[in-house]
Design a protein around this ligand. Structure first.
Ligand SMILES: *Cc1c(COP(=O)(O)O)cnc(C)c1O
Length: 424
């Protein structure tokens, strides 16, 4: 979709040229990999952002579940300001104290024993895939390792991670894809059992299962407790690694520090990125000691784990604790779901369901109505609230974890107005 088309489809949004921002200039120089909403954001504070024309928006996108502490949080501002003056980047050829401190913090606050740092979610998942393959070859002696992933999953945009992603729309025109991946429906334990048995021919077998604790991009679909307990059991019985992609749900988003804590299980390997440094690029791949089979030279990253990003992540993690934000996430999440469910009850012809954990929630539209999630998002922008689709029928709510009760009410009111507008 071109930006022009987006503008034409907007129900109420008036887009006028700004004195200092010209989107046609932008589009001349920047590749058009995104269908952008026609606002240019230039400033933020807490859960609010302002566009180049001075319009204020309540930000329930947070850079897609990334700005954990919102915008311009004093703890993050102070830490990165100090760190850039002290030392921002060296190389992993040397010890980086901030990286060690962050790894220690993450290990002490998770089921993992060790961490590897990179720069994004896709890269963290690449690391997890490489670790699982090396484990398969060197420990399990499997010549052709298979990794099972779920349909409707999302794991990133590199070649290995679009292959892992169980959605053909992300793979189209980028084949040949990576060998060694097979897909199973999410929350379906029988399908896992069948796949493990069917794919075992002695040389070739399932060595890892990679899942999201809650599918984010795939439509905000929480994992089921029974399913994950059985997957964990199966992995233990068969010597299969359980990899959880915590890129979207980790670091407090669900009201627990990690998404897997909602499921009563522990993964062998998990990945983190989006919210980890509150918007400073970072990725982490964490694992238990028994499957840490990397040795020097196996894997690397120039930027990964630099002092700047690690100091930022440490500040975010420590602030989650000092400001008791997990408690806020649980309370604001309840408040938001209650408000959205009231809208669903008022407009049952339009809204099918509201679901989520903590501050990652989705409002699913009825399949019969022509209304799409993008329509609702555009109408909400006109009401001064930023939201993000998770697929064509689900509107996603992922505000900063510092969001206030009043801000949650504002978002609910805007969604109500947006939905009421489309009510048949
Ligand atoms: C966003 C996301 C990714 C990809 O992260 P990038 O930083 O964009 O590479 C991977 N997995 C999940 C679950 C995500 O939500």
């Amino acid at each position: 979709m071109s930006p022009e088309m987006v503008v034409q489809n907007l129900p109420n949004l008036q887009v006028s040229a700004s004195a200092d921002f010209d989107s046609s200039e932008f589009d001349r120089y920047v590749m058009s990999t995104y269908a952008r909403f026609p606002i240019a954001l230039e400033r933020g504070d807490g859960c609010k952002v302002w566009d180049t024309q001075g319009n204020e928006y309540l930000d329930f996108v947070a850079g897609i579940a990334t700005c954990t502490l919102g915008h311009a949080h004093p703890a993050l501002v102070e830490t990165v300001s100090q760190q850039i003056q002290k030392l921002h980047h060296v190389s992993n050829l040397y010890y980086v104290p901030e990286q060690g401190k962050l790894a220690q913090w993450l290990v002490e606050h998770s089921c993992a024993d060790r961490a590897f740092f990179c720069n994004s979610g896709a890269e963290a998942n690449e690391g997890a895939i490489k670790l699982a393959r090396k484990y398969a070859h060197t420990v399990l002696n499997v010549a052709e390792p298979i990794i099972l992933t779920a349909k409707a999953s999302f794991h990133g945009r590199t070649l290995a991670t679009i292959t892992a992603t169980g959605q053909p729309k992300y793979q189209k025109n980028f084949d040949p894809l990576m060998p060694g991946f097979e897909y199973i429906p999410y929350n379906d334990i029988e399908a896992v059992e069948i796949a493990i048995a069917a794919l075992d021919n002695g040389k070739r077998r399932v060595v890892a299962i990679m899942l999201e604790a809650l599918q984010g991009e795939g439509g905000v679909r929480p994992g089921e407790l029974d399913y994950f307990l059985r997957v964990r059991q199966l992995c233990d019985e068969k010597g299969i690694l359980l990899i959880l992609d915590e890129v979207q749900v980790g670091v407090g988003r669900t009201g627990k520090f990690w998404g897997y804590e909602n499921l009563g299980i522990e993964p062998d390997i998990f990945t983190s990125a989006k919210g980890l440094a509150g918007g400073i690029p970072i990725g982490a791949m964490m694992c238990k000691a028994f499957c840490d089979v990397f040795s020097p030279g196996d894997h690397a990253s120039t930027f990964g784990g630099n002092p700047f990003a690690c100091a930022a992540a440490l500040a975010v993690c420590q602030t989650l604790e000092t400001e008791h934000l997990l408690h806020n996430v649980q309370e604001r999440g309840e408040q938001l779901r209650k408000g959205l469910r009231a809208i669903a009850s008022a407009f049952p012809q339009v809204v099918k369901e509201v679901r989520g954990w903590g501050l990652i929630n989705g409002l699913e539209l009825q399949p019969e109505v022509s209304l799409t999630s993008a329509d609702v998002v555009k109408a909400a922008i006109a009401e001064g609230v930023l939201l993000v689709p998770a697929g064509p029928k689900v509107v996603r709510f992922v505000p900063p974890l510092i969001v206030s009760p009043a801000e949650v009410e504002t978002a609910i009111a805007a969604v109500k107005k947006a939905i009421a507008q489309f009510h048949p």
